[in-house]
Design a protein around this ligand. Structure first.
Ligand code: SF4
Length: 350
């Protein structure tokens, strides 16, 4: 079954946040990847596999209910050691394998230093009210439902958008979902701004304005992801009897080498880690004032529009063709089988 699938029992079309982001980059790319299920050549598999190791080691460490720094580090390092023993990534040499292991160990320690102890305490706070198994993943599935206009003005239909977080903890009156990602590079402006009003709102609006040359699919995708995850957390809180909480969403990068320092003489690695709370750049104060929930009407309405186009099978990459051709096609895994790309190349040669 493709992601763009119909769920007859609940009468809702199912999409994913990853699919939405692909669609924002290029609707045809979405069709190849998710509707036809064609596998591209994925160069990021190695990084993703290493992030998966760390994700599993951290979640296993958080699951035991420990909140002491040293105990957490030891538990996660022990788990990483076991996972690493079964990790069959090919390396050029034993020295390189040892080095990569040190980088992962340093990343685990940086995680516990920066946020791990606080997050473990927040999980403990929530376990007083609900089952721990519902709080620690990895990859806890969330689902957010949006209503979209039916085709040709027919009745609204429901679209269910799936996402995941790796664990959930309490921060004051908020329930916070945390997702581990390789890096924060694709967030762009969202990495440095903590308000929707101003530059973030402007860039979001401009992305959908064909009169501008602003084309920021990853940035828009991150705001859509925040809307979907915050909505999914709200639904999960209702199931867990936590409906009085506001919901927040944080990304934590586990493969960002820009903060890593290697001392080759002493064979040591040091790194630090930065998390980004995407909630503040997502919520608009007007909608928050009206609903007392973390929402953004501009983002939520646009999300419904894009989900509706996707669910209706609108895959022509014509709207932003110039930007897609210059920014997305050069690195697209499907260019060899894409009629738009081939036609463009033929025109260029002719
Ligand atoms: S080659 Fe270009 S137009 Fe074709 S699917 Fe890829 S990004 Fe889209």
């Amino acid at each position: 079954m493709t992601e763009h699938a119909r769920d007859d029992e609940t009468d809702a079309t199912k999409l994913t946040v990853d699919g939405l982001e692909t669609y924002l980059h290029c609707p045809r790319q979405y069709e190849f990847a998710h509707d036809h299920g064609l596998a591209g050549s994925d160069d990021d598999t190695t990084i993703d596999d290493r992030v998966a190791l760390l994700r599993a080691a951290i979640c296993d460490g958080l699951r035991d209910g420990e909140t002491d720094h040293g105990v957490l580090v030891d538990a996660m390092q022990d788990r990483l050691e076991a996972l690493w023993a079964d990790h069959d990534e090919p390396f050029h040499s034993l020295a390189q394998r040892r080095h990569e292991r040190r980088v992962l160990e340093a990343t685990l320690e940086a995680y516990v230093d920066r946020v791990g102890v606080d997050h473990a305490s927040g999980i403990e706070t929530l376990t007083a009210e609900t089952d721990r198994r519902a709080l620690v993943g990895p990859e806890i599935e969330l689902s957010s439902t949006v209503s979209v206009p039916g085709p040709d003005g027919s009745d609204e239909t429901r679209v269910s958008i799936e996402s995941t977080v790796d664990y959930v903890y309490a921060d004051g009156s908020a329930v916070v979902g945390v997702r581990f990602v390789p890096t924060l590079r694709s967030l762009g402006l969202l990495r440095y701004r903590s308000d929707w009003e101003g530059a973030v709102a402007e860039q979001f609006t401009d992305h959908f304005d064909p009169e501008t040359d602003v084309f920021e699919p990853a940035f828009v995708g991150a705001l859509f992801e925040t809307a979907v995850i915050v909505g999914g957390l709200r639904a999960r809180c209702e199931q867990l009897g936590l409906e009085d909480r506001t919901c927040r969403y944080i990304q934590v990068p586990l493969a960002d080498r820009s903060r890593t320092a290697v001392n080759w003489a002493s064979e040591t690695v040091e790194t630090s880690l930065e998390e980004v709370d995407l909630t503040d750049a997502y919520i608009d104060h007007h909608t928050f004032g009206m609903t007392h929930e973390h929402r953004n009407r501009t983002v939520d309405d646009r999300l419904a529009t894009v989900a509706s186009q996707l669910a209706a099978g609108e895959f022509e990459p014509t709207d932003r063709w110039d930007e897609i051709a210059s920014d997305v096609c050069p690195n697209c895994e499907y260019s060899v089988c894409c009629q738009e790309y081939i036609a463009q190349e033929v025109r260029f040669d002719g």
